[in-house]
Every structure is written in structure tokens, then in C-alpha cells.
Ligand binder design. Structure first.
Ligand SMILES: [Zn+2]
Length: 77
């Protein structure tokens, strides 16, 4: 029969707890590195005339406001 005392049981429990915590941290770290960075396809533009906000494509320089139908130019700095 295996004999042990309470301090050994506590050390085994602490070791297993630490191992599980480090494993979860390592798994989340690896999972986060696999994510790819995606560039946005649309951005918010405010109309110069009616000040309403609407979505335009990122590469679109001139857009038409869906509310007042006026043309707006994106400020490219
Ligand atoms: Zn407008």
C-alpha cells in the first residue's frame, strides 16, 4: 500500500493546478497567434452637406450620400 502524508498530497494538487493553468495560458496564447488580421472593407464617411453618416468602401474616393444624393470626396491626407 502506498503511504503518503498531507503535505505530499497538497504538493501534488498544487503541481497539477499549476500545470493546468499554464496549459490553458499556452493554449490561448497559441490560439491568439493564429488569428489573421483582416483589413476593413468599409469605413464611415460624414456627408459635407447634411452631416449624415454612411458607409463607403475604403478605396472609394468619391461617394454619393444616400440621404441628400450629393457627392462627397473623401479627405485623403
Ligand atoms: Zn448628405
Amino acid at each position: 500500500m502506498i503511504t503518503t502524508n498531507i503535505s505530499n498530497i497538497f504538493l501534488i494538487y498544487l503541481g497539477l493546478y499549476l500545470f493546468v493553468c499554464l496549459g490553458a495560458w499556452f493554449y490561448s496564447h497559441v490560439k491568439q497567434k493564429r488569428k489573421t488580421v483582416m483589413t476593413p472593407l468599409h469605413e464611415v464617411l460624414h456627408c459635407e452637406y447634411c452631416t449624415s453618416a454612411y458607409l463607403v468602401r475604403v478605396r472609394q474616393i468619391i461617394s454619393q450620400c444616400p440621404h441628400c444624393k450629393s457627392f462627397n470626396k473623401k479627405n485623403t491626407k
